[in-house]
Design a protein around this ligand. Structure first.
Ligand code: NAP
Length: 373
């Protein structure tokens, strides 16, 4: 076991430069209830990219340093610096979740030594991660770190979305950017739970991906019939709740408008204010940074809000959360399986070509880092 840690850090300087580097540090002693995990697989999720790359212009990407300790740089245009004012000149650890093997443990956590565990602790783009024993998800025997690397963020989000739906009295869902890794999990989870799901994607290839998974309602937002098709799918399923990963542009408003048209078909009399059916869209991602455009088609019974996994879990009891985690573990290689385009070492993850590849946030292009390489 190495005596030093190596950790990827992301810093945006007040001079407008993004710097990604690998920082070495001595291994900290463990508390009795802590374990040291040798991280062997950690996914680069869209929310990691937001912290890793910020608003840098990747066309200016360059690399310096040495092959073992590269330093990636890119320019952050001056007009974008105010959006990251709170993080300037701080070398921040990156990586929300990952999995690996417990190589050392405090007195009270010895039973975990040798186990393969998943952790969601932040700073996972590192050779070692220190976690409290109770925060480790022990993976079933035979599960590889790569299979467990994404056991937290997307699976728990899918299940928490379904919890939100039930708690708020909805019975069906609309989902956007639906061919994402998370979207594919949602297709499988909704099929299992018999929850009608309308998937919105933006290409014929993505329609094919979801149809192959058995999805019933898959709509391509780039086709001329999209808005009419959306109304019909909503009328069929009764969906009054949407989860929107895109955030910017007209789609959230179009979903609310289509829900209102579908609801008005069931109205027994005309009301100038629209129907009283409450329609809700939660923006849970910002794949499009443009402003959210809402037109006037939704009547007055609607809401648009932000939605974050951590906030949703904070509204749940420990028993409910324990139940969700147990389901994720039981279905880790089926419903909640993730697929990765490639695996990189920490140093490889700082090469400009690699950054441009995983920075696309494209369908099927999720990357894994193996810091133990
Ligand atoms: N709020 C929360 O708590 C929470 C938790 C987990 C995940 N999330 C969010 O969930 C989303 C999916 O995550 P993931 O890990 O499953 O992503 P992923 O596998 O990397 O897939 C990203 C998907 O987004 C699509 N996309 C990218 N930019 C787009 C745009 N401007 N308009 C429409 N589609 C676009 C891509 O399609 P193309 O190939 O067409 O580009 C791809 O299908 C992300 O936005 C992430 O931030 C939020």
């Amino acid at each position: 076991m190495s005596t030093e840690n190596l950790e990827l850090r992301s810093c945006i300087t007040s001079a407008g430069q993004l710097e990604l580097s690998l920082v070495a540090s001595a291994l900290a002693p463990l508390q009795p209830d802590e374990v040291r995990v040798r991280v062997e697989a950690t996914p680069i999720n869209p929310s990691d990219l937001a912290l890793l790359l910020g608003p840098a212009d990747l066309a200016t990407a360059a690399v310096g340093g040495t092959p073992e300790r590269p330093i990636f740089t890119a320019t952050v245009p001056a007009e974008r610096l105010p959006t990251v004012a709170a993080r300037l000149d701080q070398a921040l650890p990156v990586g929300i979740e990952g999995a690996g093997v417990v190589v050392e443990a405090g007195e009270a956590a010895r039973a975990l030594v040798g186990k393969t565990v998943a952790v969601a602790g932040g700073g996972m783009f590192a050779r070692y991660h220190v976690a409290r024993a109770h925060a480790c998800l022990v993976l079933p025997a035979g599960t590889t770190p790569a299979q467990g690397a994404a056991a937290y963020v997307n699976p728990m989000t899918v299940l928490a979305m379904l919890e939100t739906m039930r708690r708020e009295g909805h019975t069906a869902l609309v989902h956007t950017a639906a061919a994402s890794n998370l979207g594919q999990m949602l297709v499988r989870a909704c099929a299992q739970d018999a929850v009608p799901l309308i998937n919105i994607v933006r290409s014929a290839e993505q329609v094919a991906i979801l149809r192959a998974l058995g999805a019933t309602h898959v709509l391509d937002s780039t086709t001329p019939s999209f808005r009419a098709d959306l109304v019909e799918a909503i009328a069929t399923t009764g969906a009054t709740l949407g989860f929107d990963a895109i955030g910017g542009g007209p789609l959230a408003g179009q979903i609310l408008g289509a829900m209102e048209v579908a609801a008005s078909r069931r109205a027994t009399r005309y009301d100038r204010y629209g129907t009283s059916v409450h329609k809700q869209v939660y923006i849970y991602g910002r794949l499009d940074l443009r402003p959210t455009a809402l037109d006037a088609s939704a009547g007055f019974a609607w809401g648009v809000g932000g939605w974050l996994l951590n906030h949703a879990l904070a509204r749940s009891t420990p028993e409910v959360i324990g139940g969700l985690r147990a389901r994720v573990l039981a279905e880790l290689t089926t419903t909640f399986a993730s697929h990765f385009a490639a695996t990189l070492s920490l140093a490889e993850a700082l090469q400009p070509d690699a950054v441009r590849m995983y920075g696309r946030r494209a369908t099927g292009a999720k990357y894994l880092i193996d810091p133990s390489r």
